[in-house]
Design a binder for this molecule. Structure first.
Ligand code: HEC
Ligand code: HEC
Ligand code: HEC
Ligand code: HEC
Ligand code: HEC
Ligand code: HEC
Length: 470
């Protein structure tokens, strides 16, 4: 009886401490910042990057409620005419901050705690960071420490309580004239109640951790991995105004919007053989992958069967030759030898460490967007039939030096858009589609004429589970 009551007390205590842990902390803020904000805001909170320095934001806004609203949905606040929001927009347009509608109050409080702490006490670098492997590990380590510490603390408390209970039991026994039962601390540790508590506590902690991890799994907004070649969308799609679909041509026709093959690159780079930014360092990787001889200006016969030494000879000669002609040298100097070796090492690192283990073969880009297998998404449906611009989902790619995942790709994100976006009935796909029927149906459900006139994706079944799930 007593034991039961104690375990209830513990249960409450555990729930309370888990809830306490979920409250705002700098550590949680750091994790959130790294995952969501560091791609645009400097980590030292003092420098301007894509977005402004965040140090002192709270003071600048004065009003926490508006600041929270800004972080959740900056565009809505700009639209509402909030003076600070409009001022920011005028300063930074057309760059938009992402929406973070899923952040809870505690999350934002944690973020602000972390931001002000770094701003005032330092630490952090200016480098825009992406979830670097080492860093995420360090952070999950630190949260394991917190959980470990919490577990030990609770065990100690439980132990102390068990001892007190034993003692109280004895007090009441002596009062009732019975003999006191002396239990050593070893007995207490081995007692059923204590062991049951330990099992209960660890299940709760592990369970919490598992659920927490599971909800994070597969979500990788702002994921911005290093790529084997420094390919810049800003340069190609922005500056040179190459159409998205020139390279991602399958977006129009199929489920997937494929990454272009090396052949597509060669349409231009068989002529553009050196870059103004990296010289021969990056473009030679394209040549070495496909077997293009930039000196002779043609593809190598039987490149598949070339040895690494043959390949090394050819491309080192090309890199050296370009270096010498730049410096008007007839032979490589020391600096030139270093440069040739460095660039060659870069080529090997980018091409040879891939799945086929050879320099020859396609460039293996690291995939950024990736829905879980149970979800179905079709590009052609959205790009072609829905007539949605790539940027609506992928953000201002034409301004990105390195592509990152702009939207959450979470289920809520898909659903929200399906609730709001009107179906474009004007195109050929809907020639025989009875939109009048839907409108009549909506009116029958009591919608006004104006509401019924607006047919959104939801009305054509865009919220049905099986449309998006296999
Ligand atoms: C895609 C880039 C991007 C990301 C990611 C981003 N921001 Fe921003 N942020 C901006 C830009 C750009 C502005 C300036 C206003 C504008 O143009 O919308 C801004 C402005 C702000 C401001 C106003 C600062 C001031 O001086 O008043 C705050 C606060 C802010 N961001 C917080 C955050 C937080 C917190 C996160 C992460 C949860 C975040 N931002 C993620 C781009 C970003
Ligand atoms: C010159 C060819 C080229 C053009 C033009 C181009 N892209 Fe790309 N795109 C690539 C290559 C190569 C990659 C893979 C490397 C990378 O991620 O940067 C890529 C990657 C991407 C990715 C990430 C894919 C993933 O791994 O999940 C997106 C999204 C994307 N492009 C969208 C666009 C949009 C939107 C435009 C137009 C504004 C565009 N691209 C224009 C070549 C191009
Ligand atoms: C429609 C033409 C075109 C296509 C297609 C194209 N590029 Fe480019 N690329 C350019 C131009 C123009 C430049 C700018 C060259 C300069 O810096 O002077 C460039 C520059 C680059 C650079 C930077 C070179 C440097 O050192 O500054 C890289 C890397 C690059 N391209 C990779 C690629 C890859 C990879 C592909 C295929 C996915 C590709 N390009 C497809 C036209 C193209
Ligand atoms: C309605 C939102 C939406 C639009 C519009 C959209 N995309 Fe995507 N894109 C996605 C999603 C979601 C994924 C992840 C798909 C997956 O993992 O199966 C993705 C993935 C990609 C990829 C990675 C390869 C792949 O197919 O998985 C590329 C490249 C890409 N998109 C380019 C584009 C281009 C270029 C356009 C415009 C022509 C475009 N997207 C329009 C949502 C969109
Ligand atoms: C920017 C808005 C937008 C986003 C984000 C978006 N969709 Fe859509 N989706 C549309 C529109 C518009 C249509 C209607 C296209 C048409 O006319 O058939 C559509 C249609 C669909 C359909 C066909 C529905 C039907 O009834 O035939 C599926 C399936 C679908 N979307 C899946 C997804 C998934 C999965 C995601 C998230 C990964 C997503 N969509 C995100 C706008 C969006
Ligand atoms: C418009 C497309 C769409 C519709 C409609 C949709 N889902 Fe999803 N759902 C998704 C996508 C995309 C994911 C993956 C989200 C992620 O990785 O966070 C997902 C994830 C899930 C998950 C995994 C849990 C999670 O959050 O990752 C479950 C369970 C789920 N959906 C159930 C449903 C049920 C039940 C329905 C019908 C009531 C439904 N879905 C309707 C797109 C959709």
């Amino acid at each position: 009886m007593l034991l039961k009551r104690i375990s209830w007390v513990f249960a409450l205590f555990m729930v309370a401490s888990v809830a306490l842990y979920a409250g705002p902390t700098k550590e949680a803020g750091k994790e959130l910042f790294t995952a969501n904000c560091a791609s645009c805001h400097a980590k030292n909170m003092k420098d301007k990057l894509t977005g402004p320095a965040l140090g002192g934001s709270q003071a600048r806004w004065g009003d926490d409620k508006a600041l929270y609203a800004w972080i959740r949905n900056s565009q809505a606040l700009i639209a509402s005419g909030h003076p600070r929001a409009v001022e920011l927009w005028n300063q930074y347009k057309p760059v938009l901050m992402n929406s973070f509608t899923s952040l809870k109050d505690d999350d934002i409080a944690s973020l602000l705690l972390y931001i002000e702490d770094v701003y005032v006490n330092g630490s952090g670098t200016t480098k825009p960071t992406t979830p670097v492997e080492g860093e995420t590990k360090e952070e999950s380590d630190s949260s394991m420490w917190i959980f470990g510490g919490l577990a030990i603390l609770l065990a100690l408390l439980a132990f102390a309580l068990m001892r007190i209970i034993d003692h109280l039991g004895n007090v009441s026994r002596t009062a009732a004239g019975e003999a006191a039962v002396e239990r050593s601390w070893v007995h207490t540790l081995a007692s059923k109640g204590f062991v049951a508590f330990l099992v209960f506590a660890s299940t709760l902690i592990l369970g919490y951790k598992t659920v927490d991890n599971a909800t994070q799994m597969g979500r990788s907004q702002n994921y911005e991995p290093d790529q084997p070649i420094k390919f810049s969308h800003k340069l190609h799609a922005g500056l040179n105004k190459i159409e998205c679909q020139y390279c991602h041509d399958s977006a129009r026709r199929s489920k997937h919007s494929s990454i272009p093959g090396t052949n597509t690159c060669m349409n231009c780079h068989s002529a553009v053989k050196k870059g103004s930014q990296h010289g021969t360092a990056e473009l030679t990787k394209i040549f070495a992958s496909i077997g293009f001889d930039p000196i002779a200006g043609k593809y190598v016969d039987g490149y598949e069967n070339w040895s690494d030494a043959q390949i090394e000879d050819l491309y080192k000669k090309w890199i050296g030759q370009e270096y010498m002609s730049e410096k008007s040298l007839t032979a490589l100097d020391e600096a030139g030898k270093d440069l040739v070796q460095n660039q060659w090492d870069g080529i090997v690192a980018a091409l040879k460490n891939d799945s086929n283990g050879k320099i020859q073969g396609p460039i293996e880009w690291t995939r950024i967007h990736n829905l879980p297998d149970h979800a179905y998404f079709n590009h052609a449906q959205h790009v072609n039939i829905g007539q949605i611009a790539c940027q609506k989902c992928h953000g201002p790619v034409q301004e990105m030096e390195v592509v990152y995942q702009y939207s959450s790709l979470g289920m809520g994100w898909c659903i929200n858009c399906h609730r709001e976006t009107e179906v474009k009935f004007g195109n050929g796909f809907y020639k025989n589609y009875k939109s009048d029927y839907i409108k009549a149906h909506k009116k029958a459900l009591g919608k006004t004429d104006a509401e019924a006139e607006k047919v959104v994706v939801e009305d054509i079944g865009g919220l049905e589970c099986q449309k998006c799930h296999y």
